[in-house]
Design a protein around this ligand. Structure first.
Ligand SMILES: [Zn+2]
Length: 579
């Protein structure tokens, strides 16, 4: 492609709202353009990279025998009502009505639709196993869309759904997808980790998240360097320390005027935060805003509550749980803002973190204005309705598998695989008949790759202060031939020759034949992140060019032919190294 015929429009500066490198560079390179908050369009260069990722995904899915189909993004509400999720999905689900008032959603995912297709299409064990996938646009009405393609309201996703006759079949389908995902992200040039994940609103029995490591990622993962433990922090749990041998001291109520936060209590009473109990007052809300029940969650004072774990314990959708209005709660439960403890509460569910019962002589609110209680011990002084792990894992906590200190890292969730089991086949009646004509529920798995988010993750991991540095596999073009002075015949002729032999070798090449200053051309090539640049300048007369990799700062001088062979060899070895 000749740049004189291509539309590119690089920006010297990114719009102020772009905070992270991938957002900045995708905008500055002109690969994406914003249409509305969280809604982006892809320009020619950007769309080429999207299609490259799609092709890698397609290739790996096909290799596992999955079959590509294409379903509508518009989904009738009835199917979501059948599965029950119409009522469970929060306001992120984009609900629409047609002119007759019939309800639909713009699909955030497609479990219901694929289950519906399969229950109509599949009747016998002979048609199994079946894995159907699509690469399609998804919608999620995010409360705070940000970071460009990272958290957008419209995005391209590959979603696949497997249907098996038994657990063994599901295990195999799941492992096949796990392998396919490992290959996909490797081929895209990402540094990533598959980690155990919470299955959340999807339901089901097992899940892994594929996390591209990045400081700006919104996923936090915990992993162990001594064993294979790796999980999202939503999911990760650790071993609670053994109960100390400390003797139980006498319970005492102390006057703590206006001392409300853990910091204040710790300072006022001269206690380490580890000796205090933090109260988190929550409510389960109905859709109309009324309170279904109050919940008081307690964790050690220096800890944080893990909402995902709490929501799982309560068995309600996440959007129904929120912090409670302490004043409203007071009359019913006896809680006192800033002074609530596990003793003295009524009409509310008390959930205590698994660590607390082992801890002696703790300090907590007294459920009385300006008072705390010290020397509280579980069993003697307070009880729980539920004792379970509801804390956020921290760096240095003991690994649940081997006890070594856990490490934390941040990442971008680029894919997730779920074992759904019979969750959808049961609620929607998706069955098959076995050899004896006996009917059974289908076992399902669902598997997603965020295609456009993967694009952003690649940029996040591959850029410098001058622009993107695409891995060859997803670069919009592999080589750019830059003519320093387009009006010099010798330069133009040599560049044309090089460009042509690159094309003859099947290399995706750009020829920068624009009537621009060399500086502008170099800057654009760097922003666009084309992996190889061949610069044809003053030495064209003697057949010499500059050969430079985008990721390196130095160039080497080569003949035109040598530069073409070097580019071909580089591309081949790069692509091979990603397999
Ligand atoms: Zn470990």
């Amino acid at each position: 492609m000749r740049l004189s015929k291509m539309h590119i429009n690089t920006l010297r500066e990114a719009p102020a709202e772009a905070e992270i490198p991938s957002h900045i560079w995708l905008l500055r390179s002109g690969m994406i353009r914003k249409l509305a908050s969280g809604v982006y369009g892809f320009m020619p260069m950007g769309y080429r990279s999207v299609r490259k990722i799609e092709e890698i995904v397609r290739n790996e899915m096909d290799a596992k025998g999955a079959l590509e189909i294409h379903m509508s993004a518009i989904q009738p509400a009835e199917l979501w009502m059948e599965s029950g999720r119409w009522y469970v999905m929060g306001p992120e689900m984009w609900r629409v009505k047609d002119r007759r008032g019939r309800e639909f959603c713009l699909g955030p995912t497609h479990e219901e639709i694929f289950t519906d297709i399969v229950r109509n299409e599949v009747s016998s064990y002979r048609q199994l196993p079946l894995n159907l996938y699509q690469i399609q646009t998804k919608y999620r009405d995010e409360a705070r869309p940000r970071f460009g393609l990272m958290r957008s309201r419209e995005f391209v996703m590959k979603d696949a759904y497997s249907f098996d006759r038994d657990e063994a079949g599901l295990d195999k389908s799941y492992m096949d997808m796990f392998d396919a995902y490992t290959n996909i992200f490797k081929r895209c040039g990402l540094t990533f980790r598959p980690v155990e994940a919470d299955s959340g609103a999807m339901g089901g029995s097992g899940s892994h998240e594929f996390t591209a490591l990045s400081e700006v990622g919104e996923s936090e993962i915990a992993y162990c360097e001594c064993c294979d433990m790796a999980a999202t922090t939503e999911r990760a749990f650790t071993v609670d320390a053994e109960a100390g041998a400390e003797a139980e001291l006498e319970l005492e109520t102390v006057y703590t005027p206006n001392v409300k936060t853990i910091e204040d209590v710790s300072a006022y009473l001269g206690l380490p935060k580890e000796k205090t109990i933090k109260a988190l007052l929550m409510a389960v809300y109905e859709d109309d805003g009324t309170v279904r029940e109050y919940v008081a969650a307690f964790v050690r004072g220096d800890r944080e509550l893990n909402m995902t774990k709490l929501v799982n314990v309560l068995g309600v959708p996440e959007h129904m749980v929120d912090f409670a209005d302490e004043n409203e709660m007071h009359g019913k439960t006896g809680s006192v803002g800033g002074f609530t403890g596990p003793a003295g509460l009524k009409n509310c569910r008390i959930v205590v973190d698994s660590e607390l019962p082992g801890l002696r002589n703790m300090c907590a609110g007294a459920c009385k204005q300006d008072h705390h209680i010290i020397n509280m011990n579980y069993g003697r002084d307070y009880k729980a309705d539920i004792i379970t792990d509801i804390k956020k894992v921290r760096e240095g906590d003991a690994c649940c598998k081997c006890g070594a200190p856990v490490k934390l890292a941040r990442g971008i969730e680029v894919g997730q695989v779920f074992k759904l089991g019979t969750k959808y086949s049961k609620s929607m009646g998706a069955c098959y008949k076995d050899e004896n004509m006996q009917e059974h529920l289908l076992l399902m798995g669902s598997y997603g790759v965020g295609v456009t988010r993967t694009l952003a993750a690649v940029v996040e991991q591959h850029h410098d202060e001058r622009g993107i540095i695409w891995p060859v596999s997803v670069a919009p073009y592999q080589v750019i031939v830059t003519i320093v002075k387009s009006d010099e015949t010798e330069q133009r002729e040599l560049a044309e020759k090089i460009y042509q032999s690159l094309l003859d070798k099947g290399i995706e090449a750009l020829l920068d034949d624009r009537d621009e200053r060399a500086g502008v051309k170099f800057m654009d090539a760097d922003i666009l992140g084309i992996p190889v640049r061949i610069t044809v300048g003053k030495k064209a007369a003697s057949g010499l060019v500059e050969y430079k990799l985008r990721r390196e700062s130095e160039f080497t001088e080569k003949s035109g032919e040598e530069a073409v062979s070097a580019a071909a060899a580089f591309i081949e070895s790069e692509l091979r190294s990603l397999i």
